[in-house]
Design a protein around this ligand. Structure first.
Ligand code: ADP
Ligand code: MG
Length: 323
């Protein structure tokens, strides 16, 4: 790939306030099949700053986004890429994933065996972003093979007749995970493995927590508008209260900031979006809010926790809870 780069004004491209002269490089071609689809995303300045600084100039690093589940880590990267026309290779890691799965394998292609590059080889070759989701679920010994590539060394593929791929200058490696690589102290995330220090040492870190209420309000507004629902003061009030419920659940969650909570489920931004979607879908049900909360989250909580969460919601919504 020898794609033409293009300068994008940061403020206009990401809907934030930034001086007009501030730009970031992306690509001219907006038709590449690996560019993620543009979706509504509320960019937070501090995260955008870190991601854009990395993308513009990785200086031999990879980027590690850590934070609780459903806080917007993967979508942050995909939505930055979608606006810069930057093609993305994405992988969700698991305990049995091997480096060779990322590099490629021989496959039957129109009657004969040929070597087909996997997501890592494609990204290194063509200058794509490689996103390794839930990287802390992967076996650290498999990941050690990435060390050289992060540093800009060529990718060696001995199994393909000693192929050597020189990294494209636009290749970037980005990982996301619920832990910061030190294993999971809370016991909430099954399968999380402690990562190798030499591997982690090659990453720049950033933390993506759940957004502030004002940001979540604009996320929910986007969801409602996307469904053709007029956002009047009643709707605004409703989403504010749903966000309050989410924040109260987060506060009581065992994996929360102070780690002393009693709930073992939490309300991620992803779940909050689901609750909003379902609340609209079930709006004719007699108690649409409670009914949709069950389907979005609480049916997977233990009985006592489900009751506790409903009590929280009832306190916050008052009479409009309708049970
Ligand atoms: N800033 C945001 N703007 C819009 N939607 C968001 C935002 N953050 C999270 N979401 C919603 O939450 C969902 C989950 O986000 P995702 O990036 O997959 O989380 P993570 O990778 O942290 O688990 C997204 O699909 C989107 O609906
Ligand atoms: Mg993710």
């Amino acid at each position: 790939m020898n794609a033409q780069t293009k300068k994008f004004p940061i403020g206009q491209t990401f809907g934030i306030s930034a001086p007009a002269a501030m730009t970031v490089d992306g690509f001219e071609d907006d038709q590449h099949p690996s560019i993620p689809a543009v979706k509504d995303y509320a960019f937070r300045n501090e995260h955008l700053r870190d991601v854009l600084a990395f993308i513009a100039n990785p200086l031999g690093d990879a980027l590690y986004l850590t934070g609780p589940t459903g806080s917007g880590k993967t979508s942050l990267i995909c939505q930055v890429a979608s606006r810069l026309n930057w093609p993305v290779q994405q992988v969700t890691c698991h305990g049995r994933l091997e480096l060779n799965d990322l590099i490629g394998q021989f496959m039957l292609v129109s009657g004969s065996m040929s070597f087909v590059h996997g997501p890592l080889a494609q990204a290194v070759r063509d200058g794509h972003l490689l996103i390794l989701n839930e990287i802390d679920l992967m076996d650290p010994s498999e990941l050690a093979g990435l060390n050289d590539i992060i540093e800009g060394q060529p990718l060696m593929i001995p199994q393909n007749g000693g192929e050597v791929i020189k990294p494209h200058p636009k290749f970037r490696l980005i990982a996301t995970g619920n832990s910061a690589g030190q294993g999971d102290q809370s016991g909430l995330y099954q399968g999380v493995m402690q990562q190798n220090l030499a591997f982690l040492d090659r990453f720049r870190l950033m933390e993506v927590g759940y957004p502030d209420a004002s940001v979540e309000k604009s996320i929910l507004k986007g969801v409602l508008v996307g469904m053709g629902i007029p956002v009047d003061s009643v709707m605004e009030n409703l989403s504010e209260k749903m966000i309050q419920v989410a924040n109260e659940i987060r506060r009581l969650f065992v994996g929360g900031a102070d780690g002393t909570g009693e709930l073992s489920v939490t309300m991620s931004t992803r779940t909050l979006v689901r609750w909003t979607n379902l609340m609209i879908a079930y709006k004719r049900a007699p108690n649409a809010l409670a009914y949709s909360l069950d389907r979005a989250l609480t049916l997977r909580a233990e009985h006592a926790q489900r009751e506790a969460i409903h009590r929280i919601a009832k306190d916050i919504f008052g009479d409009s809870w309708g049970e």
